[in-house]
Ligand binder design. Structure first.
Ligand SMILES: Nc1ncnc2c1ncn2[C@@H]1O[C@H](COP(=O)(O)OP(=O)(O)O)[C@@H](O)[C@H]1O
Ligand SMILES: [Mg+2]
Length: 242
């Protein structure tokens, strides 16, 4: 077992590219690989992680501490979407203050790895988390829609200035399934992605099944072999750092 945990942030340039989905799949994959895994949902405005895992049980507040909710497979989840009522007044506190409160109250059980599902871009939430937590590296998520990938490059240059290593890039939805024969159709030029000068740790197709499983709270049932492979590669890369 690994203590303290390896802390891995999952980020993107723009919203809607699948950052939360990829973080959830990495969490599910690492749990299946036998690692004690935590997932911090750092998006207080759109906390979708509990929905994807079908978790309704709010975090328990004991002795002034917040104890993570558990997914079906035992992943520890901390999310603004699972706060005990009245703990934090969202109308008064800004989003970064909500995350600060969650971090200072959060009481994780032992972990090997902690994944952070970051909001898109780079704002006060990111600044706070990178200042407070010893993040070992970042997984960047991108999609075929970001043709010039301007936003991801901007975020990556901020990370480079802060000397935060990139553990790899995940392309989400560069391929999709043919509705009649289920074969994969390429939607973007993969050379574009490799030009980021980073290891590509996963290329996940856009599938109806994944969208359904995420919506229905069954993301842990998405057993695509690429998911397990991606999770193991991220874990290996995290272990090469410091
Ligand atoms: N590979 C995929 N296949 C199918 N649906 C996906 C895929 N990736 C993301 N989605 C869906 O796209 C939507 C946005 O994904 P999300 O992970 O919330 O994006 P982000 O966190 O980047 O804003 C969600 O409804 C999610 O289920
Ligand atoms: Mg998200």
């Amino acid at each position: 077992m690994n203590h303290p945990p390896k802390i891995i942030a999952v980020m993107s340039g723009k919203g809607g590219v699948g950052t939360s989905t990829i973080t959830a799949l990495l969490g599910a994959g690492l749990t299946k690989a036998g690692l004690l895994t935590g997932l911090l949902d750092a998006d207080p405005v759109g906390p979708v992680i509990p929905v994807m895992f079908g978790v309704n049980q709010r975090m328990e507040q004991r002795g002034g501490k917040l104890h993570p909710s558990l997914s079906r497979d035992g992943l520890q989840i901390v999310s603004a979407g699972l706060l005990p009522e009245k703990l934090i007044d969202f109308s008064v506190e800004g989003p970064d203050k909500v995350i600060q409160a969650i971090i200072s109250h959060g009481q994780w059980a032992p972990l090997d790895v902690l994944l952070i599902d970051m909001p898109a871009g780079f704002n006060d939430i990111h600044r706070f988390l990178f200042n407070e937590l010893p993040v070992v590296g970042v997984v960047m998520v991108t999609s075929q829609r970001e043709l010039d990938r301007l936003a991801i490059r901007n975020v990556m240059s901020i990370l480079a200035r802060r000397a935060v290593p990139i553990l790899g890039v995940v392309e989400n939805g560069g391929e999709t399934e043919c509705p009649s024969c289920s074969s994969l159709i390429r939607l973007s030029d993969r050379e574009d992605l490799l030009a980021e000068d980073c290891e590509v740790v996963g290329c996940l197709p856009w599938t109806k099944k994944l969208a359904e499983f995420a919506r229905e709270g069954r993301i842990e049932d998405y057993n695509h072999p690429l998911v397990f492979q991606m999770a193991v590669t991220v874990w290996e890369n995290a272990n090469k750092k410091d």
